[in-house]
Design a protein. Sequence first.
Length: 387
Amino acid sequence: MSPIDMTNASTAEQVTALAAELFEPGDVVEVRRQPVRRYQPTSRWIKARALATAVPALLDDNRSGLDIYFGANPRTGVGQRSAPGVTLARAMMLDFDHVSDLSAVRATLADVAIEHEGERAVLAPPTAIVNSGHGFWVWWRLVEPMEELYVRTMAFDLLMTKAVAQARLNELADAKRHAEAVEAAKAKMAARRAAGVNDDTANVIDAFNARHDVQELLEAHGYLFVPRGGTRGETFIRPGSSSQMNGHVVTCGDGRRRSIHFSTADPLNDGKFRKGIRCGTRDAFDVFLKLQHNGQMTPTVRAAAVLVGKAYKVEPDAAVLARIVDSPDAEVLRVAIWESPTLSDAECHRIVREAIARHTGFDKQVDRLASQLLAITSAQNLTGGAR
């Protein structure tokens, strides 16, 4: 059914037609006369069938400076103004304030749709559209009235109040737990640094990872951990997230704890594919590098060296190579360079760099040593060596 068009009708005719669409003839309608400069309005209660007879007096009131309103739903009797006096709803109304373009209102209504379980529902054509003077009221007469409206409204208000209160309590509890976790993590980190020993055989990065736990660093930077048990480690929520899970901490085969970050808004998610999933995998030094030093390696190594009690200096290349020879990485390099002719040059270069980087935190030194080793490999290729 299309909205009734009363553009050229008199005010009394418009009121009569609208009342017939929205009310039953015997319904009691509250008409409020609202003074512009006084807070308290006065009301009249008129049967829907007699609203037209009240129009002349209401027009006089309007010309004298009163705004005229009527209740959207029938009252139970004369004198009923508050919610207990409204027990049923025959209509639904949308109020478009400060809108002058009726076509824009119609276009908006046409775009409204609700999708649920694969089914799509759209709004039915409105019963009436009324120009309120500063916008439009759009009305729909319900096929069946909503009864016990006051009881339903009270129940809904109570449920909403309880839900809002519980949500606020949850927010406060989370904030308290978050603050306590951050302070505990910082205190634990300080205690571990104070109790640590200087290991001259390890490079700065390994020493840092051995001394610091990735979970403590994440907590210190605002990540909220939710213990869930099982093999997935500690589940965490990144700062500013409303999700229930953004990643977790796991213990890897080498005994080192690493964090896995799934949220695309997480700065620790580098977007690399791991087992078909875009995520970021980080150890303690990675977190320290990214979150505390904006990914700048040299300042990070300098700060890490201070924290683990190591001198911040670039060792001679020979000293680094000597340490690599005495480490398990010597076998990694030997296999990559001499015994894996099927490896591409790019893959070989990556393995060599990663192995060297475990023994020095200086990018230029890593590049220089990798170039030297790969140059040896190239020379062997020219003379008929393994690669």
